[in-house]
Design a protein around this ligand. Structure first.
Ligand SMILES: Nc1ncnc2c1ncn2[C@@H]1O[C@H](COP(=O)(O)OP(=O)(O)O)[C@@H](O)[C@H]1O
Ligand SMILES: [Mg+2]
Length: 412
């Protein structure tokens, strides 16, 4: 009999009846259970310790679960999973939560590929509300990603898993400099080893919405450090399915936290995208308890960025040094990004004007289409480069002549 089967049917803390496994996450197993006292369904997170953990690491995991309980319990928000209880049994804590019949955004993307932008906008608004409530309470989530967003049968979003969240005043559990998280969803400032603040969660929300819209993460390489390098220095690849949400996602994925889209701006942009938008067809998808279908290549790509990784202090230092050289290119990226958005806005305006204007008279078919003439544009480098080359050549000649005269007349 498997360990899961043995535990199913177990009465935890004399009160919670474990029924079946909902999911296996980075920290353990999440169970569907029934609270015998209040006679209601609950979800129970069992923290499983990896086989070779040291006593110290065990203590850290235990502390982290208790902290998740405290953080989530201090928040009372309709879009944050509520924690009801923490039970300590078998020498480890078990987290008892509100049960939300749902699938994670990660599962949905793996099963169905990119989600309609209208659905993503609604989920985005819900998660944003939950995040703002956490920030107001002084809690930074630090692990916002598709695996930690639940989507219920009505298409509403819930933020869960405050496992690596920090509350103001809490001492950090990662005192050794090791960083824990999912590189594809970590903000650039976190990748630089800085203490993450609320804007860091907004970056992760942007990266989460990107995955939901495109069916794959914006940044996912084979190695965690390569992914972090891409996070600090690369543009997200062009978005093909984002519709009116593209500027919002790009704004959230701004490298500089001071320039990043704020929660207020994000809410306004999401609401205006949704105002008057028809509900997405075939949404929400039917809920099923059946195992997900065999993964496609896209599903595997979507899953690629969700693993929790441990990144050592040395690697972070190397990244900080390497990326210092990249700061110039990041600044260029920001300028490119701004230019790209301005171009798109111009194209949209021109498109609207075209549609409003009467169609232009057609050319007679016999007239051969003349190739468009390229506009002549003067470039400063056409003057600067030859002048610099000429000056260099002249100075070499002068130095040569002086050297010749010098040796002839014995000056040196
Ligand atoms: N309250 C809940 N109700 C229903 N399902 C849940 C609940 N909490 C978590 N899950 C499921 O369990 C998965 C892992 O949960 P999570 O809290 O993220 O654990 P981990 O810390 O192991 O990542 C989620 O992606 C979701 O599918
Ligand atoms: Mg999780």
């Amino acid at each position: 009999m498997s360990a899961d089967a043995e535990r199913a049917g177990r009465l935890l803390g004399g009160r919670y009846d474990l029924t079946s496994v909902i999911a296996r996450g980075g920290m353990g197993v999440v169970w569907e259970a029934t609270d015998r006292v209040l006679d209601r369904p609950v979800a129970v997170k069992e923290v499983t310790y990896p086989v070779h953990v040291t006593e110290h690491e065990r203590e850290v995991l235990r502390e982290r679960t208790l902290r998740e309980g405290r953080n989530a319990a201090s928040l009372d928000h309709p879009h944050v999973t509520t924690v009801f209880d923490v039970v300590e049994e078998d020498g480890r804590p078990w987290l008892v939560m509100e049960h939300i019949p749902s699938r994670s955004l990660q599962q949905l993307v793996e099963e169905t590929g990119p989600l309609p932008w209208q659905a993503v906008a609604r989920i985005g608004l819900d998660v944003l509300d939950g995040l703002v409530a956490a920030h107001r309470a002084g809690i930074v989530h630090r692990d916002v990603k598709p695996g930690n967003v639940l989507v219920d049968t009505a298409g509403r979003g819930y933020l869960t898993d405050f496992g690596i969240a920090t509350a103001t005043g809490d001492s950090s559990l990662t005192t050794t400099g090791t960083m824990i998280g999912s590189p594809s969803y970590m903000s650039p400032e976190r990748a630089h080893g800085e203490q993450p603040g609320p804007p860091s969660d907004l970056w992760s929300l942007g990266a989460t919405l990107y995955t939901a819209l495109e069916g794959r993460p914006a940044f996912a390489k084979d190695e965690p450090m390569a992914t972090l390098m891409a996070v600090v220095s690369e543009h997200p690849p062009p978005m093909l399915h984002a519709g009116p949400l593209e500027p919002l996602v790009r704004g959230l994925l701004t490298k500089d936290p001071a320039l990043r889209t704020t929660p207020g701006q994000a809410r306004t942009e999401l609401q205006s995208a949704l105002s008057g938008a028809p509900a997405a067809q075939a949404w929400p998808p039917p809920q099923s308890s059946a195992p997900p279908p065999t993964r496609s290549a896209d599903a595997a790509a979507a899953a690629g960025g969700d693993q929790v990784e441990r990144i050592s202090a040395e690697d972070l230092k190397a990244l900080a040094l390497g990326s210092a050289a990249l700061i110039g290119s990041v600044a260029r990226d920001a300028a490119d990004q701004a230019r790209h958005l301005a171009d798109k806005r111009r194209a949209r305006r021109a498109d609207r004007a075209d549609r409003a204007a009467p169609p232009p008279p057609r050319r007679p078919a016999a007239t051969p289409a003349r190739p468009a003439r390229r506009r002549f544009r003067f470039r400063r480098r056409w003057v600067v480069v030859p002048v610099v080359v000429l000056l260099l050549a002249l100075s070499i000649v002068v130095i040569g002549v002086v050297a010749l005269l010098g040796s002839a007349f014995g000056w040196f």
